[in-house]
Design a protein around this ligand. Structure first.
Ligand code: NDP
Ligand code: MG
Length: 402
């Protein structure tokens, strides 16, 4: 029986992971589940799966969680340190599905003890890719990609020599606004940005898909995970979301990974790796699908892509600053303080300021420096958000929400 821990168990990836595990209860013992605000879901799943420990990252919710778990064998804990401690407990397989930079430290705990980390939390590689991959090599830990594009690349590379790879193409649905007239984008509302044409995901990644910040994060994730140079990584819009990525080899062959837009495939692949087992995902009827289409992403529609490419090429601490600024800009959009297009404006201006003042080129990066950069970028981005919210964005062409 394998022991498993799920970090971010109450979210979209976490719930899909639980769905797979709950289908073969005899195969798994659940060590720990973690969540944040949704303690009712956390407690119900922890009791249902017989977990040893349930942790909320919110210290103020400790007593409520304890009450919900009373009468069961499940222990309760709370706070970010308790989430990291849950990750450090021995378990054969850990799903990293916390959203945002908060996933970094718990993931590192798993790598420190040489464990197996199924990585949905892309921010781990965006903020600290080199550090994370070096650590995994040193401790003998295993990192398995769960982001659908990276799982697809990983599968296409099985049995192949990385030196024979000429390019990697990651696909993007184009998000909620791929067919909108450009002039409407500045006025896009939160509800409109929170609807994905193909995937059912958490709200933050859904909005990041509309802006393509998500694809920007994935560019950096690709570079860091596969150690491939930025000029070999491409993004193509593929509205059907059936091809998740393609790997091009030096002989001209292009290997595509094709499957339904269902995260249980990538999660299940990481769960059973290196074997393949039955998974409850739709089998594609190619004759019914008929056509797969592709188009180049427009720079004006997706300014986040060019920003991410610059960040990917610069390396060092740029990824940590980029991600933190993006998280702040996203918070400000969700709170109604800035408009949809202003998110890219906030990130760009924050990075410009930090590049000039804060030494983002630092190549030898340790965890403390990454966390400091993350914090600093949040401060800088908060100042920039205030400027944008006050209206000085209008002259720079980044429209405010009407
Ligand atoms: P959700 O928002 O659905 O879930 C996030 C999870 O993290 C929840 O369990 C939430 O708890 C918890 N959480 C939130 N804030 C904190 C915090 N500060 N500390 C600890 N835990 C926290 O996100 P998704 O499942 O959509 O995404 C998770 C990660 O996977 C992201 O990095 C995303 O980019 C990545 N990913 C997601 C995909 C998807 O299909 N959803 C696809 C590919 C990658 P609670 O809900 O209890 O508040
Ligand atoms: Mg993805």
């Amino acid at each position: 029986m394998r022991s498993v821990t799920i970090l971010g168990a109450t979210g979209s990836i976490g719930q899909n992971t639980i769905d797979l595990i709950a289908r073969s209860p005899g195969d798994y013992r659940v060590e720990a589940l973690t969540g944040a605000r949704n303690i009712a879901r956390l407690a119900a799943d922890a009791i249902g799966l017989g977990a040893r420990l349930a942790v909320t990252s919110e210290p103020a919710l400790y007593n409520d969680l304890k009450d919900l778990l009373s009468g069961s064998e499940v222990k309760a804990a709370a706070g970010p340190e308790a989430v990291a401690e849950a990750a450090a407990r021995p378990a054969d397989w850990v799903m990293s599905a916390i959203v945002g930079a908060a996933g970094l430290v718990p993931g590192i705990e798993v790598l420190r003890r040489g464990g197996t980390l199924a990585l949905a939390n892309k921010e781990t590689l965006v903020t600290a890719g080199q550090l994370v991959m070096d650590l995994a090599r040193r401790t003998g830990a295993t990192v398995l990609p769960v982001d659908s594009e990276h799982s697809a690349i990983f599968q296409a590379l099985t049995g192949e020599d990385l030196d024979a790879v000429e390019r990697i193409v990651i696909t993007a649905s184009g998000g909620a606004f791929r067919d909108w007239p450009l002039e409407r984008l500045a006025g896009a509302t939160l509800a409109e940005a929170s609807t994905h044409p193909n995937w059912d995901m958490g709200q933050r990644i859904t909005i990041d898909s509309a802006s393509m910040f998500n694809k920007g994060l994935e560019l950096i994730e690709t570079k860091e995970f596969f150690g491939i140079s930025p000029d070999r990584i491409e993004v193509i819009i593929h509205p059907e979301s059936l091809i998740h990525a393609l790997v091009g080899f030096r002989d001209g062959a292009l290997m595509a990974h094709v499957g339904p837009p269902d995260m249980r495939h990538a999660i299940g692949y990481a769960l059973h790796w290196p074997e393949r087992r039955d998974l409850p995902v739709e089998r594609l009827d190619l004759a019914r699908i008929g056509t797969l289409t592709f188009r180049a992403p427009e720079a004006a529609r997706y300014p986040a892509l060019a920003i991410a490419r610059t960040v990917m090429e610069a390396g060092g601490l740029h990824g940590a600053a980029f991600n933190a600024a993006k998280e702040c800009a996203l918070d400000a959009f969700i709170a109604g303080r800035i408009g949809f297009l202003a998110m890219a404006g906030v990130v760009e201006r924050t990075l410009d300021r930090m590049s000039a003042q804060d030494g983002l080129q630092n190549a030898a990066v340790d965890l403390d420096t990454v966390l400091e950069t993350d914090l600093l970028a949040r401060h800088r981005a908060a100042e920039v958000v205030t400027q944008f919210a006050a209206g000085d964005a209008v002259e720079s062409g980044k429209g405010l929400r009407s």
